[in-house]
Design a protein around this ligand. Structure first.
Ligand code: SF4
Length: 454
């Protein structure tokens, strides 16, 4: 049985595959250099990242309580959402109170809101959500979905983006990135002026102080969270750090792993709504803390996937992701991260086949800033998938077992190997159907061993 990723790989347009490879490969090449410039040792920073996020998961209940208490003291209104439905209802409730239906809502990039399909709900309720991150904006006007958690349009090139902008009458055709950015900026600036509500994700919530930390490179998150009168932040419940001091490591660790930067262009530390006497900032800040299956993961064998800080390094380095991009995974979280998180959030029965979309080369674990052991998790998921009959790779393992445990049968089988090339075409599999089987040369290992054995 082939996975959904295998099936997608047979249909992916060549240009898409080239776009993904061209954009992802350099990020892996320069990752260590970027981290070592800042930390001296990339490995030591990864150790710190793993230990800190491990501590967060082991103390999540108490840290969340501390975080909520501090947020409330700061004037941030905290809401808890058990699942996507509840999160959407909470957000819609806030929007309806803050602005009339038909209002524009500006959105900063947020994977949590992608996860709960917030835009569809806002539109169904009559609001006009506008993605303001450049990549997410292109995704929205194209009716597409993001294919990467950091660079949503990694599968598109500037020529395709220009075609979309011409179609939307944003400006004349151009292949100059700065001109394309200017076209989008002109359109979006107006939306920032119109919108009474801004919605964002959260990169880190600081338990010690109740601050929300957002990082970005375009400035759209700042405009979404400060020009609007109501700011709604949506945070997966695992996104905590214990103290402000931890940011000294996590800001460069995330930026270095994600985009090879020492630090992102903008870092926002949101502590409260606008205070009396202040001129800017929203009058109300709401924080929606989202579970949506995370508690279930926390109490199971894949708990460590919740250490993830969404840097995308495992996607950039994965040989499977580099060939197919994110669409093939059919989930908002793709690549090695998605192959574990998607079945964790939504069940092995639904997404268990993603565990087979991996060569198990170990590159994802090597680059992960919080050292998540993804390959061993994929093996566990494959085991569970086989047991639940979600995965069936068509190999008759019982026949293999019969031969491998009976030396006579095994030796007899080996004598047939030279004839493997004569197998009729319909019996050849996808591998041998398009490749020559290598010819056996020289003597067998058994014959060699019996001569050399002392
Ligand atoms: S699993 Fe690790 S490498 Fe992959 S996105 Fe998460 S933190 Fe980054």
């Amino acid at each position: 049985m082939s996975t959904r990723v295998d099936k997608y790989a047979t249909t992916i347009p060549d240009v898409q595959s080239k776009n993904v490879l061209k954009a992802s490969a350099p990020k892996t090449t320069h990752r260590v250099e970027a981290l070592e410039k800042f930390f001296g040792s990339a490995s030591a920073a990864q150790d710190f990242g793993a230990a800190t996020k491990g501590y967060v998961l082991d103390h999540l209940g108490e840290l969340l309580q501390q975080f909520e208490q501090k947020c409330v003291e700061n004037g941030i209104q905290v809401h808890w959402a058990e699942d996507a439905k509840e999160a959407n209802e909470i957000i819609l409730g806030i929007c309806r109170e803050a602005a009339p239906a038909g209002s524009t809502i500006v959105k900063a990039k947020s994977m949590a809101t992608e996860e709960i399909h917030l835009n569809e709900h806002l539109e169904a309720a009559g609001f006009k959500p506008v993605e303001t991150d450049l990549g997410e904006f292109v995704v929205q006007i194209d009716g597409d979905v993001p294919t990467h958690i950091v660079t949503p349009i990694i599968h598109k090139n500037r020529f395709e983006v220009s075609d979309s902008f011409v179609r939307e009458k944003l400006g004349p055709k151009t292949d100059v990135p700065e001109e394309l950015a200017a076209q989008a900026r002109k359109y979006l600036r107006q939306k920032f002026h119109e919108a009474p509500i801004g919605i964002s994700g959260v990169n880190f919530g600081i338990a010690e102080t109740g601050r929300i930390v957002l990082i970005e490179n375009e400035g759209n998150s700042r405009l979404s969270t400060t020009m609007t009168d109501t700011h709604i932040a949506v945070m997966g419940l695992e996104k905590l750090l214990p103290t402000e001091a931890d940011l000294a490591t996590f800001l460069p660790l995330l930026a270095g792993s994600a985009t090879n930067q020492r630090i992102t262009t903008y870092c926002h530390f949101i502590s409260s709504p606008r205070k009396p006497g202040e001129n800017d900032g929203p009058a109300a800040v709401h924080l929606v803390i989202l579970d949506n299956g995370r508690s279930k993961i926390l109490n199971g064998p894949f708990k460590d996937i919740l250490r993830c800080i969404r840097c995308g390094a495992c996607l950039n380095t994965c040989p499977v992701y580099r060939q197919v991009g994110g669409h093939g995974y059919q989930h908002v979280y793709s690549g090695p991260l998605g192959a574990v998180l998607a079945p964790g959030l939504e069940g092995v029965e639904v997404y268990g086949d993603l565990a087979k979309a991996s060569s198990l080369c170990g590159a994802c674990e090597e680059v992960c800033p919080v050292r998540i052991p993804i390959p061993s998790m994929l093996l566990k998921l494959r085991d569970e998938g086989y047991r639940k009959k979600v995965i069936n790779d068509g190999i008759p393992w019982s026949l293999f077992e019969m031969g491998a445990t009976r030396p006579f049968l095994w030796r007899s089988g080996l004598t047939m190997v030279p004839m493997a090339g004569l197998v009729p075409h319909p019996l050849k599999n996808a591998w041998t159907g398009v490749r020559e089987l290598p010819k056996r040369e020289g003597e067998s290992f058994r014959a060699w061993w019996s001569k050399h054995e002392k």
